[in-house]
Design a protein around this ligand. Sequence first.
Ligand code: IPE
Ligand code: IPE
Ligand code: MG
Length: 252
Amino acid sequence: MTIPAAIYDQPMTRARTITATDTRTPNHVAIIMDGNGRWARKRNLPRVAGHQAGTNNLRRILRACVDQGIKILTLYAFSTENWRRPEDEVNGLMRILEAVIERELDELDRSGVQIRHIGRMERVPAGLQAKIKSAVAQTSHNDRLILNVALNYGGRAEIVDAVRAMLTEGLHPDFIDEDTISRYLYTCGLPDPDLIIRTSGEYRSSNFLIWQGAYSEFYVTDVYWPDFDESELKKAIEQFNKRDRRFGGIAK
Ligand code: IPE
Ligand code: IPE
Ligand code: MG
């Protein structure tokens, strides 16, 4: 499949003008992009080919998110546990991520996407670190869509980092409440995800947004990430729109 170069160029009016019918569009969508390995195995390809196919899928999903009026998209690209994988796969994946930033950055910038990184920079190869930092700096003024890239991200590590920062800054226990903790997380200042999508059929969070996802709606599909297209995203949002979010209250 060829993807048109100017994929982000079409007018993104819904991102700015939210009409009455759009009010249930999730503001913040987070995706556990799983199933690259199984996608490749089904085709007798190496796992890295699955990761390549997975990153090739990013463009159309980003565009679809903007079209749907989603304001924040958080993508789980690499977990703190994924270092357990064979070195070849990890290195291949890091190289692919570096190439994808290089290839997509200017287009994303022109489309008004603000790139952020959530996770720990340590252990990330120096070349990829540099690419991430310059992508974040170049796009920091954009406001059409915030794209959080969760790379070397773990929800538990995030909480550890928050606790360390609070102690380092000498916060008094009396001043620590849930809002304080939220402010010390990597997602500081952003609303919690409304919808967490997981592709490829696993029913677990795998350490993704464990604090922020306390009241997120979950949507799991059997579709592997490289095959998760605009129509699959639409299905997830339609499902979300049918949910009754209670936040501990009573049914409508
Ligand atoms: C998701 O696909 C990508 C990463 C975790 C980096 P997987 O590589 O986990 O694919 P499966 O789960 O083995 O199919
Ligand atoms: C979660 O997928 C991490 C990413 C998608 C980046 P995994 O494939 O690592 O999760 P588990 O091991 O099946 O729980
Ligand atoms: Mg997996």
